[in-house]
Design a protein. Structure first.
Length: 557
């Protein structure tokens, strides 16, 4: 269910009506939990089990760290919910036929979907292996929990933290990286003359697994550090993980930020509601008008077998820089806007990153939720900037390599992470010389500032080439192509005009955001100005927008 689909509009409208009709916090939370589970299950209901299982491990882990157990009431809710959820989600139940049987025949008259004939509650040729594996996983959770509570009190916190980390990393690694490392190992053995047939999963990566895994891990780590009190009420914790606005593509919410908001009462706020509507509208515009239109040009240039010239590679990379920013920030804006409609604030994920003039500033502005997570839970525990220069460079490289591999099991993501780490290390190496030229408090001349911005922007764009390319061979070919075809650059002016046409509204809006240092600057304009802007954006989106429901880029991560 995409944010840019009619199904999501129906879901959001239904949630808002129920949310403000229920009023009481616990009822609102249960309704939002149901919406989140339905939202995630709309991709594949079997993957919903992974979400619930990961949440269960961390829920028990948080309580175990502080030597607590669920109360009898919450324990019954937890056990009954997990047993029922495991069976309903993993057993070979023919849900399509059951859905058809529940609805009257006239419900299908509009042709919105085809009715499925009733062939019994279970699929005739359905396999029970997945269900058996799911119940085995529940058995492992039960066993590790019993063992943990039998340990001495001084050993329980570290034990439950380790269980949480290991289980989450196994789930993430198995589904996201198993095929990659297995195929890589087989290729390495083949190079040595040992030929084996690798066993691959061949399944789609569960939507958003990287996002909700990191978010769940932040909970147990913060409880272990004493920065957060664990929740005893399982539905509240499950809602923290499955809160539908940010579930599939972030922003990654740390438990210390989001969970307390879910546990306190919310009231309607017109100013917040108004800003939420604006964020949703602006996000849809960036997705439909900018990102999805540029995607067609980028896809053609980066297609396997294409042989673009230097200008085509450069202009397509400009286009991808705008596409990935518009696409991902659009999702983040819609997520923030939806949350604001519900009286909940989630963190800003992008703060005009392309105005950065150095890699440190860029990562304080780009994908802020991921960079903050990596800083707080990896870079600082590794030692951060404490110690020798060598240790600093090691910590930066390891952090950015993990950040690259977080995106997926592909060599180009590993190279992109290494490249970003190298930029950060290079900047740290040059920092003393830069400080001599431009001491603190001294403003660079405009020409020098523009030159540093232009240089770093192109370094970022080359990073996007690494990120977008399909293989190492394509990276090498497109890098070499950057130095060819420039005698006929005028022949490709239309490509640059194409990028500029779809990028100018974003550039203009960000000009005002930079000038005012206000990401919601549009809400400060007078009503006539706002009305003109809204009408213009709506016109561009309706007339020129790509309305074919292209999936958000970060859904694959």
């Amino acid at each position: 269910m995409n944010f840019n689909s009619g199904a999501y509009a129906v879901l959001l409208a239904t949630v808002l009506v129920l949310y403000y009709g229920l009023r009481e916090k616990r009822r609102q939370n249960l309704m939002m939990l149901a919406a989140g589970l339905f939202f995630y299950g709309s991709w594949d209901h079997r993957f919903l089990f992974l979400l619930m299982y990961s949440s269960s491990v961390d829920y028990i882990g948080g309580l175990g760290i502080v030597h607590r157990r669920p109360s009898r009431y919450n324990g019954v809710i937890f056990v009954a919910g997990m047993l029922a959820g495991t069976f309903l989600l993993c057993a070979p139940i023919d849900w399509s036929a059951a859905w058809t049987a529940l609805l009257p025949a006239r419900a299908f008259a509009g042709g919105w979907t085809e009715p499925v004939p009733w062939r019994g509650f279970f699929e005739p040729a359905g396999a029970w292996r997945i269900c058996g594996a799911a119940f085995a996983a529940l058995g492992v959770l039960s066993l590790t929990t019993v063992i943990g509570y039998q340990l001495p009190d001084d050993k329980q916190p570290k034990y439950f933290l380790c269980v949480s980390m290991v289980v989450n990393m196994i789930l993430l690694g198995f589904f996201k990286y198993f095929d990659f490392f297995t195929a890589s190992a087989a290729s390495g053995l083949a190079a040595l003359g040992i030929h084996v047939q690798p066993w691959l999963l061949g399944v789609a990566v569960p939507a958003g697994i990287s996002f909700y895994t990191f978010q769940a891990m932040s909970y147990t780590i913060d409880v272990y550090r004493g920065q957060l009190e664990p929740t005893d009420y399982y539905p509240d914790y499950l809602l923290f993980v499955s809160f539908f606005p940010h579930l599939v593509a972030g922003p990654i919410q740390q438990a210390t930020w989001l969970l307390p908001q879910l546990q306190r009462a919310r009231t309607f706020d017109w100013i917040r509601f108004q800003s939420g509507v604006f964020l949703i509208g602006w996000g849809l515009f960036k997705k439909i008008f900018i990102a999805d239109n540029l995607e067609r040009f980028v896809k053609t240039t980066y297609a396997v077998g294409a042989h673009p010239t230097g200008p085509e590679v450069l202009f397509a990379t400009y286009a991808f820089a705008l596409q990935i920013y518009s696409d991902f920030s659009a999702y983040s804006d819609i997520a923030r806007g939806t949350s604001r409609l519900l009286g909940i604030e989630i963190t800003v994920n992008f703060n005009i990153p392309y105005v950065a003039t150095n890699p440190g500033e860029f990562w304080r502005r780009w994908h802020i939720s991921l960079s903050s997570w990596l800083r707080d839970y990896l870079y600082i525990p590794l030692g951060g900037n404490r110690g020798t220069r060598g240790l600093l460079y090691r910590n930066l490289l390891l952090t950015m390599i993990l950040g690259g591999m977080w995106h997926g099991a592909r060599m180009n993501f590993l190279l992109w992470g290494c490249y970003q780490g190298a930029l950060l290390c290079g900047y740290q190496l040059l920092q003393p010389y830069i400080d001599r030229v431009t001491p603190k408090g001294v403003t660079l001349p405009r020409v020098a500032h523009f030159a540093s911005w232009a240089l770093f922007f192109h370094l970022v764009c080359y990073g996007w080439l690494l990120f977008r390319a399909e293989s190492g061979v394509q990276i090498a070919g497109m890098t070499a192509a950057l130095f060819t075809g420039w005698r006929h650059v005028a022949d490709h002016a239309g490509l640059l005009a194409h990028v500029a046409w779809f990028g100018w509204p974003l550039i203009l809006m960000q000009y005002f955001q930079v000038k005012t240092k206000n990401l919601l600057v549009a809400l400060t304009w007078s009503w006539p100005v706002r009305a003109a802007v809204y009408v213009t954006l709506f016109y561009l989106m309706v007339v020129f927008g790509a309305v074919d429901g292209v999936q958000f880029i970060y859904f694959q991560f």
